[in-house]
Design a protein around this ligand. Structure first.
Ligand code: FE2
Length: 272
């Protein structure tokens, strides 16, 4: 019986377990026990949210383009390979045209860079998989060990590119396709925490009249980026339901950090 329960928790069918997992999370949150719910209640709990993305100036050939966003996979000793592979299968079932991975692909050492690249290479798309990097992809040292941070970020970039994935570090990628006159521009920003973000470089030469989607790991600087042309920004980092919206998170996170925590936000006529 115990073994069966363990197996059930390890290999959840997200379609059936969503309701009760949410209920447990809410109850523990009310009691101030948030954080504990991650083990084992929601460590492997995945929601799929569908959002329509109106984009002015989008080429008619891209009208039904389907972008799937993944973020903060944090491949490490506490995130199993089995979980991530299962995840890839679910994404492939959604039949995406494009997959974007908005940072924090790994938390562990170098070996996880190769492993996550191999797993993500199994995503099937028509137009590619685009990755940007987050703070944990550079290490947990922030700005204090720039040489080691860069070495690790570069290694992850190479691992991903070697397997055919696109990596944007303050760069733009144009999504075209058959019969597309005006491409969709995907501007990928580098990580803010480590100081590698350079929006001026990322947007250099980008036609502002094109439909532009920005990938930005940490949405903390969304308002500072309003001077740049983007219609949608896809971000991650905040682990909203795990921390930022919890009782504990609200108590210890500053207001600025809590402005954009999870889900969809309209921001001065744009979309985060
Ligand atoms: Fe992060």
């Amino acid at each position: 019986m115990l073994d069966e329960l363990k197996q059930f928790l390890k290999q959840p069918n997200w379609r059936r377990q969503h309701g009760w997992r949410r209920g447990v999370w809410q109850m523990m949150n009310r009691l101030g026990l948030t954080g504990l719910h991650m083990l084992p209640m929601s460590r492997r709990w995945v929601d799929i949210h569908r959002t329509r993305m109106p984009l002015a100036g989008l080429d008619p050939a891209h009208a039904n383009l389907k972008i799937v966003q993944l973020s903060d996979l944090h491949y490490s000793p506490v995130v199993s390979q089995r979980y991530l592979i299962q995840f890839v299968r679910w994404v492939n079932e959604l039949e995406p045209d494009l997959v974007v991975v908005t940072g924090d692909l790994i938390t562990g050492g170098y070996r996880y860079a190769d492993r996550i690249a191999t797993i993500l290479a199994h995503l099937t798309t028509k137009l590619g998989v685009i990755c940007t990097l987050g703070n944990h992809d550079y290490s947990v040292y922030g700005k204090s060990h720039p040489a080691e941070s860069d070495r690790r970020g570069d290694y992850l970039e190479k691992s991903l590119k070697d397997r055919g994935l696109i990596v944007l570090r303050n760069e733009v990628h144009y999504v075209g396709g058959a019969g597309v006159a005006r491409p969709l521009a995907i501007v990928g920003l580098d990580d803010e925490w480590t100081g590698n973000i350079d929006p001026a470089k990322a947007w250099a030469g980008v036609d502002p009249t094109l439909p532009i989607v920005c990938l930005n790991h940490n949405p903390i600087n969304t308002r500072e980026l309003m001077g740049y042309p983007w219609q949608w920004m896809l971000a991650g980092h905040t682990h909203g339901r795990q921390l930022a919206t919890s009782r504990l998170g609200k108590r210890f996170n500053s207001h600025r950090r809590r402005e954009f925590t999870h889900g969809y936000y309209p921001v001065d006529g744009r979309h985060l």
